[in-house]
Design a protein around this ligand. Structure first.
Ligand code: GLU
Length: 260
């Protein structure tokens, strides 16, 4: 009886060994494909936008993507950019449609349940934009006022939590949100300082509130490895970011895109 039991347990181990899933890692997929697929913003100056002269994506996040492609594939042009918005970027990376998201995306505990994040490569903060002659000077002035946000952003969450009496109008992307604000549909628009300063490059007659209500550490979003899949892509991306700090690339990019 004991012998039979041992045999059974032994066979079970062999069976489990044979059925263990062999999963190709995302890193190997990229190497095999020889192209890095990156989800980026295309309406967020100066991080990800379409250049009026080249009609190609440009910006701080695009340059970070090119540095990563250069490192992993030896060529900064071996990239396919996919345009993502706040509302679909998590799904785009979680489903494997893109290898990574580099799109002004803040690390949050809720998002960490769904995807992995690299270490941060930039630190922003949430503030708000109002018309120059507005009587709004601090966030508490937004009580009972109308504020535009992009749906699915940390800004939307923060405003709802911090100023529950604010009236909120939500849009899917920044093109729609800024257009609506310009048309006078709200008293303020709230998002990261970086994105609001980017808007001011081409628009006069507005100002940004001095105080910030959050810290927004931007990081690269990656799919969580499946069972049996290694996390080589995340380890690699973290090393690349460390190098970008050490070799001065991130400092140079801040200068290039006029960020403080
Ligand atoms: N950093 C904010 C976030 O991750 C806003 C970025 C965006 O609108 O894409 O939600």
């Amino acid at each position: 009886m004991k012998k039979i039991l041992c045999l059974l347990i032994f066979s079970l181990f062999i069976f489990m060994g044979c059925t263990k899933k062999e999963v190709e890692s995302q890193y190997d997929k990229i190497i095999k494909r020889d192209v890095l697929i990156v989800g980026v913003k295309t309406d967020t100056i100066p991080f990800g936008f379409i250049s009026e002269t080249t009609h190609q994506p440009e910006g701080f996040d695009i340059d970070v993507a090119r540095y990563i492609a250069q490192d992993i594939l030896g060529n900064s042009r071996k990239i396919k950019f996919v345009s993502v918005e706040a509302g679909n970027k998590i799904e785009a990376v979680a489903s494997g449609e893109v290898d990574m998201i580099i799109a002004t995306m803040s690390i949050t505990p809720q998002r960490q349940l769904l995807i992995d994040f690299s270490k941060p490569y930039y630190f922003a903060g949430q503030t708000a934009l109002v018309r120059e002659d507005s009587n709004i000077h601090t966030f508490s002035d937004l009580k009972h006022k109308t504020t535009i946000v992009v749906l699915g952003t940390t800004a939307e969450n923060n405003i709802r939590r911090i100023i529950p009496t604010a009236r909120i109008i939500g849009y899917k992307n920044y093109t729609e949100a800024f257009n609506s604000f310009i048309q006078g549909n709200a008293d303020a628009i709230s998002t990261d300082d970086t994105i609001l300063s980017g808007f001011l490059i081409n628009h006069k007659g507005y100002r940004i509130l001095k105080n910030k209500i959050s810290k927004e550490p931007y990081a690269i979003g990656l799919r969580k490895p499946e069972d049996g899949e290694d996390d080589r892509l995340k380890r690699n991306v973290d090393q690349i970011i460390t190098r970008m700090y050490q070799d001065g690339t991130l400092r140079e990019l801040k200068k290039k895109w006029n960020l403080t």
